[in-house]
Write a protein that binds this ligand. Structure first.
Ligand code: RFL
Ligand code: PHB
Length: 392
């Protein structure tokens, strides 16, 4: 049986960053990932890094490519009533966000593991967690060749996303879940064409929400609100472009640049929180513990914030035999989590068209948008949440 201090399930941003932070403090960790390296490096997901996320990646020395290729943004647009209303992030908060693909961060972290010889095992299967309520929790799994393995740990970190095994392993009644489903999903496309504007555009239109984002000066990322059970087959490329053009149209001369679609997919939207984020020696982090709808661009940033708190708690616990931070891990994280839950719900409700809403609700929504765009106080509140509140 192999032995490590921290067994980490999942090589997404949460698992990889936690592993890197722990190794930097002299704590042993092994990351176990169900998918292949190629798969996790190609998975198109988040694009917006909050200011605190960027600072942390820089501090630990994995920010070189992010600094070279990431796109700093000083503001974004709320587009409604057929025109743009700019939220001037840096003027309102003194901070910026950086557009840099999640899979680029994942690539950088995997390369950093490789360079230092920190272990990441890809293509593992049948992962099971045991003895969570003892000081010797255990992971059993099959390695990439199908051979049975056992990993004896001091602590297990469940960083395996919303559909992982960690959270469901916790015995019934020990965690309480809170959730909201939304009656819509996002159809996301990655297109080989320069962005149509330098900034992100969050659009509220009677046909539904649309978002213009990007990955580089050559690659555009776009999203459309679609019904929650929508099939991607219903969206041939020409329908995607005509719907995007209709929703993004303005009174002035905005024109959408089209190009070959490199990737497309539908993501359902939900809000979800599991409390507490810990059971015995199992700590949950990132999407394994909570989900936000992507409208606030918070999911990956919350995963980063969680593992920052967790790495400090584990340094105290495993190197200094002090358990205070481990005991308060869940409470510390949940304060930031619920702030992000509220912000993401607010952005989602303000910008999407709820098929069940009536004229009254639609008028309220427009009033909220107009107020946010015209009041410095309201815009500042939005902006300070968007760029990311300081770590505790
Ligand atoms: P991940 O990235 O899902 O990683 C979990 C990993 O665990 C593996 N796994 C297992 N491994 C071993 N055994 C098992 N049994 C396993 N089960 C699962 C999985 O293969 C995977 O590699 O979770 P993590 O690390 O918590 O990171 C969370 C983020 O990925 C997520 O919150 C963001 O992508 C959300 N998100 C956004 N977040 C932002 O901060 N800014 C954004 O702009 C933003 N945009 C988005 C988004 C998510 C989106 N989708 C597709 C859900 C836009 C979209 C469209
Ligand atoms: C993205 O670029 O993928 C993106 C940007 C902003 C969001 C969500 C996703 O709110």
């Amino acid at each position: 049986m192999a032995r490590t201090q921290v067994g980490i399930i999942g090589a997404g941003p949460a698992g990889l960053l936690l592993s890197y932070l722990l190794h930097a403090e002299g704590i042993d960790a092994v990351v176990l990932e169900a998918r292949s390296r190629e798969y996790v490096e190609k998975r198109v997901r988040a694009g917006v890094c909050e200011h605190p996320t960027v600072e942390l990646l820089r501090e630990i020395g994995v920010g070189t490519r992010l600094d070279a290729e990431g796109l700093p943004h000083h503001g974004f647009s709320l587009r409604f009533d057929g025109r743009d209303h700019r939220i001037a992030l840096s003027e309102l908060t003194g901070r910026t966000i950086t557009v840099y693909g999640q899979q680029e961060i994942v690539k950088d972290l995997i390369a950093a593991h490789e360079a230092k010889g920190y272990p990441v095992e890809f293509e593992v299967s049948d992962v099971e967690l045991a003895e969570l309520d003892t000081e010797r929790p255990r992971v059993t799994y099959r390695d990439a060749d199908g051979a049975p393995r056992e990993l004896d740990c001091d602590v297990i970190a469940g960083c395996d996303g919303f559909h992982g095994v960690s959270r469901p392993t916790i015995p019934g009644g020990q965690v309480k879940s809170f959730d909201r489903e939304y009656p819509f999903a996002w159809l996301g496309v990655l297109a080989q064409t320069p962005p149509s504007d330098e900034e992100l555009i969050y659009t509220h239109h009677e046909r539904g929400f649309a978002l213009h984002s990007m990955r580089s000066p050559e690659i555009t990322r776009l999203y459309l609100q679609v019904p929650h059970d929508e099939k991607i087959e219903n969206w041939p490329d020409d329908r995607i472009w005509s719907e995007l053009s209709a929703r993004l149209a303005t009174e002035s001369e905005f024109s959408l640049r089209e190009g070959p679609i490199l990737d497309k997919g539908v993501t359902p939207m939900r809000s979800f929180v599991a409390e507490p984020m810990q059971y015995g020696r199992l700590f949950l982090a990132g999407d394994a513990a909570h989900i936000v709808p992507p409208t606030g661009a918070k999911g990956m940033n919350l995963a980063v914030a969680d593992v920052r708190v967790l790495s400090r708690a584990l340094v105290d616990l495993l190197l200094h035999n002090r358990s205070e931070r481990a005991v308060s891990y869940s409470d510390t994280c949940l304060r930031r989590v619920w702030r992000a839950e509220h912000f993401s719900w607010y952005m989602t409700s303000m910008l999407h068209v709820d098929p069940a809403s009536d004229e009254f609700q639609r008028r309220l929504q427009l009033s909220q948008l107009r107020y946010t765009a015209s009041s410095r106080a309201a815009a500042t509140s939005l902006a300070e949440n968007y760029v990311g509140l300081p770590f505790e």
